[in-house]
Design a protein around this ligand. Structure first.
Ligand SMILES: [Zn+2]
Ligand SMILES: [Zn+2]
Length: 550
């Protein structure tokens, strides 16, 4: 446009400079031979034609300074360059080839994501992302299994079911801690926030998880979820308290194990945490966690190869996008068994519809009165309720939200496989070799989707997929140093000035990094994104060479 304006201006100036002379030809006959002038009475003069051509987008012509009449009018004739008129010098912008502009003129910044280097664990040791995933899943598996056995295990003395019980999660043989604070499962927050002033529990609303938490805290006192005379969760893992026995007027739950009522994962022996958290059970729980984190169905079928495959598919550690319900379903179907859980849901439904969802002295008497006893024994009664559909989601959610003792630091923080780094200076960025996963280009102002020139340096056969505002545009591949032109014209809309965030998340400390990469990426609605296919995983640099004006 600039060129065009300049030329037009000079043509006009040439015209104006001639004007004073034109005054000298006050009256001339219509000698121009232009028939259209013939009827123009009183305007007869000798035309004074401009020296240079004037032009518009389609034609050029000379103009008389006295009467504005046009002469020598003709269509532009373009020369060998295809866009400059050989007669008048007009340059047709539409015919002009696209010109490459400096990338820094077009883009105000870039945001790059790349494979994160080794990650510093709580004690400072460096681990790969997959090793960190594995260690974190191991802690979470312990966390969940501890809570499960705390509520449903037998032999509570050995199990340490005391007021303020604590279990410190282990990294191998060692207690896991960060900055001197242990990673602890605390009975006071086992299922929900700590309940204040709990002395006993003689009325339970089965829709209120706080009542279940009160049951965990009420030790050595009346506790209607922990008593053979009422309802008893203890020993459910082993299939205990699954029979009501009538003896005179008392109806007590039978503490002995009942066939077919033990959990699927229970083998034999005790069901304390230390007995139940076998390597096999920890591995299966880790496998299920990894599968859910990888967005797959959880079957818990552990093998080293299957586990590593699942780990490789996980882009982010942290549980913001984790589907808790999938893991709960796994615990129900796999750890416990669907038939036990379905029966328990029936009891819950009966307690809700027939006893207002309340377990207390009145409803317990009613329940016993409405239970069928055969030979003084009942094996189908809401007295056998274990609260699975309330307790299991609470266990998963409390475990995932667990924090180091006396701190707000999450034990399971967000950490992305890819670091995110924003740059305002395109040159500085171009010199940084990384195993890039993607680069977001941030337009300074509204631009058209034209053609992007870039060079990938330091690696061969890096595939480049391009997206504009989330829509796929083109896939290309590049060799080391080769100028790669990515045609974006398929995207017909304009791209506005970048309106997303400029996150940074490249700290390699598991605890105390921003987590932006895992949770907070905001590219807004106006950006060009390059996504790299890097089969060898090597590092390379990306020089944004320019952006075409059309
Ligand atoms: Zn004239
Ligand atoms: Zn022309």
């Amino acid at each position: 446009m600039k060129n065009f304006k300049k030329k037009f201006l000079s043509a006009m100036l040439a015209c104006l400079m001639l004007s004073p002379c034109a005054a000298g030809f006050a009256a001339c006959d219509n000698g121009s031979g232009n028939p259209s002038d013939s009827g123009n009475a009183g305007a007869q003069h000798e035309h004074t034609w401009s020296a240079n051509f004037s032009y518009n987008d389609s034609k050029h012509y000379k103009i008389c300074s006295g009467c504005n009449e046009k002469s020598e009018e003709g269509e532009h004739t373009y020369g060998t360059d295809g866009y400059t008129c050989t007669v008048c010098g007009y340059e047709n912008e539409a015919k002009k080839p696209a010109q490459k502009q400096s990338a820094a003129d077009v883009f105000g910044g870039v945001k790059a994501s790349y494979v994160r280097g080794n990650i510093a664990d709580a004690d400072g040791t460096e681990k790969s992302f997959n090793e960190i995933l594995d260690r974190q899943f191991d802690l979470l598996a312990q966390d969940i299994l501890y809570r499960l056995t705390y509520v449903y295990g037998y032999n509570q003395t050995a199990h340490n079911r005391t007021k303020n019980a604590k279990y410190t999660l282990k990294n191998g043989e060692k207690d896991f801690s960060y900055q001197g604070n242990n990673a602890v499962v605390n009975s006071n927050t086992l299922l929900a926030a700590q309940q204040e002033s709990v002395t006993e529990l003689t009325s339970v609303n089965i829709a209120d998880i706080n009542d279940f938490q009160k049951s965990v805290q009420a030790v050595n006192s009346n506790n209607y979820l922990l008593d053979a005379a009422t309802i008893n969760f203890v020993g459910a893992i082993e299939g205990r308290y699954m029979v009501v026995r009538k003896s005179g007027s008392s109806k007590m739950l039978n503490s002995a194990k009942t066939d077919n009522c033990a959990w699927s994962w229970y083998q034999d022996g005790a069901s304390t945490y230390s007995e139940f958290s076998t390597k096999n059970n920890i591995d299966k729980m880790k496998m299920a966690i990894a599968q859910v984190a990888a967005n797959k169905a959880a079957d818990g079928n552990y093998s080293e190869a299957a586990y590593n495959t699942a780990l490789a598919e996980i882009g982010a550690l942290g549980f913001d996008g984790f589907d808790n319900a999938k893991l709960v379903k796994f615990i129900k179907s796999n750890v416990i068994g669907d038939s036990l859980v379905n029966k328990d849901d029936e009891y819950a439904s009966t307690i809700k519809t027939e006893y207002n969802g309340i377990i207390d002295d009145n409803s317990l008497v009613e329940i016993d009165g409405e239970t069928t006893f055969t030979s003084n024994i009942a094996t189908d009664s809401p007295r056998l309720y274990k609260g699975y559909s309330m307790v299991l989601p609470a266990i998963v959610s409390q475990a995932i939200g667990n924090t180091f003792e006396n701190t707000m630091q999450k034990i399971y923080p967000a950490m992305n496989r890819y670091a995110v780094q924003s740059f305002d200076n395109l040159r500085a960025f171009a010199n940084e070799a990384q195993a890039y996963e993607s680069i977001v280009l941030m337009p300074k102002t509204e631009i058209s989707a034209t053609k992007l020139a870039l060079k990938i340096k330091g690696a061969n056969n890096i595939g480049v997929k391009c997206e504009i505002n989330g829509e796929a545009v083109q896939v290309s591949a590049a060799n080391d140093g080769e100028l790669l032109l990515i045609d974006l014209h398929a995207y017909a809309k304009k791209i506005g000035a970048y309106n997303g965030g400029k996150e940074n998340d490249f700290s390699n400390n598991l605890f105390g990094n921003s987590g932006a990469g895992a949770a907070g990426i905001n590219n807004g609605a106006h950006y060009i994104k390059l996504i790299f296919e890097n089969p060898n995983g090597g590092k390379f640099s990306v020089e944004i060479d320019g952006y075409y004006n059309k």
